[in-house]
Design a protein around this ligand. Structure first.
Ligand code: A2P
Length: 392
């Protein structure tokens, strides 16, 4: 019989197919087909370089197996297999010896970081309905500039799947396939964008979706998207993502923390809460350079405080001190402390990776002032599906 081994796998339900892990892996152990991203058992050396770069945590999956899952088996998976029962070895007469399989199993289930979970009351998302081999074709219904800052071109792009079923939930993402091929003649990989519209559509009942796109200098997909004209057809994969979702509980309070285009899912959440008449309220910390470069500034200003308390903070506004979201969180620490101990609070962080560290520091200091440990609070919230991070 084979000796049980630890195998690294990727959760196909949670993976958003951004391929960052594949691009990061130093030994080429990660690959994809039209359907899934998978890890080659024979090549993976458990270096863990792929773990922190994954925006969803879908990469942090481990099983102890008698026979490793082949690439072909992994390409076919719609969901991860459960941990199989591994036969325990005969008891050792050597007292105190560590059971190697028990040790492997314990290690396999620990993972490298906390695993995100969907809120208990979240609706069940559809994932990976359209893949590289069978993308959905959507028509551009609109492409609007969101920012007045001439050096900061952010766009609101509306895509219409027409008669194709494309069910989405707020917080999910889609892949956009840029046309053409790379220098080696291969089709470009899709680029991931968060959906910024709610589940029943940018326009209620129309089931169209919107994206928030920042034009990046030299960026292939962002320039393609920002230059799209109405009526053009775009190839779309997805939808992806099964944890960064909102609770259906109307009494839930959402604490939304974002920078720049990280506001996309927050816009979707906010619109869905408005449409559904939820009463639990929201608190938003939104960081941008200036009011002129903050997307959705006008519409945000119209949202009443009873629905959402807003902290719009600016890092480069003339005449005022540079401020980041984490600075304002500290300034508001009493209100945050109250939210942290309320089991109706759901935290969502989306935007620059650097912000995540800043927010962690701010939360650590607030928790300490309450005589609590942030890591313990955060892990409990994450376990309850109440703590969500998507940074890039
Ligand atoms: P700055 O670039 O002035 O340092 P955008 O993507 O639209 O530029 O917005 C990102 C916002 O996030 C900017 O205000 C940017 O400030 C700010 N930012 C940059 N780094 C961090 C960080 N480590 N933590 C929080 N906010 C940050």
């Amino acid at each position: 019989m084979n000796q049980p081994v630890k195998q690294h796998l990727i959760d196909p339900e949670i993976c958003i197919r951004c391929y960052t892990c594949e691009m990061t892996c130093p030994v080429g152990a990660i690959e994809h087909d039209d359907n899934n991203v998978v890890v080659n058992f024979d090549t993976c050396n458990f270096c863990m370089d792929c773990i922190p770069v994954c925006p969803t945590g879908s990469i942090d999956e481990w099983r102890v197996v008698d026979t490793p899952y082949t690439l072909e088996q992994q390409f076919e998976m719609d969901e991860l297999p459960d941990q199989e029962d591994i036969a325990a070895p005969a008891p050792s007469s050597d007292e105190g010896a560590v059971d190697p399989i028990a040790a492997l199993l314990a290690e396999a289930h620990k993972g490298a970081g906390g695993k995100a979970k969907a809120p208990l009351t979240a609706s069940k998302p559809a994932v990976n309905m359209y893949n590289l081999g069978k993308p959905a074709k959507m028509k551009v219904q609109g492409n609007y500039r969101l920012t007045d800052d001439p050096d900061h071109d952010l766009r609101h792009i509306i895509l219409d799947p027409g008669a194709l079923p494309f069910p989405v939930l707020e917080g999910q993402s889609v892949g956009i396939l840029p046309p053409g091929t790379d220098a080696d003649g291969n089709a470009h990989l899709p680029r991931l964008y968060s959906i910024s519209s709610p589940r029943d559509g940018e326009r209620p009942g129309y089931h169209n979706i919107s994206l928030t796109v920042k034009r990046e200098e030299g960026g292939l997909a962002s320039n393609f998207l920002c230059d799209l004209e109405t009526g053009t057809e775009v190839e779309v994969t997805g939808p992806f993502g099964a944890t960064f979702l909102m609770p259906s509980d109307p009494k839930a309070h959402l604490l939304l923390i974002c920078t720049g285009t990280g506001s996309a899912p927050m816009r979707a959440f906010t619109m869905q809460r408005q449409r559904s008449g939820a009463t639990g309220g929201m608190t938003m910390f939104f960081g941008a350079r200036t009011p002129q470069s903050l997307p959705y500034f006008g519409p945000l200003k119209k949202i009443p405080e009873s629905l959402m308390k807003q902290h719009l903070v600016f890092s480069r506004e003339a005449g005022t001190d540079k401020e980041y979201v984490q600075d304002r969180i500290i300034a508001e620490q009493e209100a945050i402390a109250e939210l942290l101990v309320d089991e109706h609070t759901y935290i969502y962080i989306c935007g620059l990776r650097g912000m995540e560290e800043g927010v962690e520091r701010a939360m650590t200091s607030i928790a300490e002032s309450m005589g609590q440990q942030w890591e313990a609070l955060r892990d409990t919230m994450r376990e309850d599906g109440r703590y969500h991070v998507e940074t890039y």
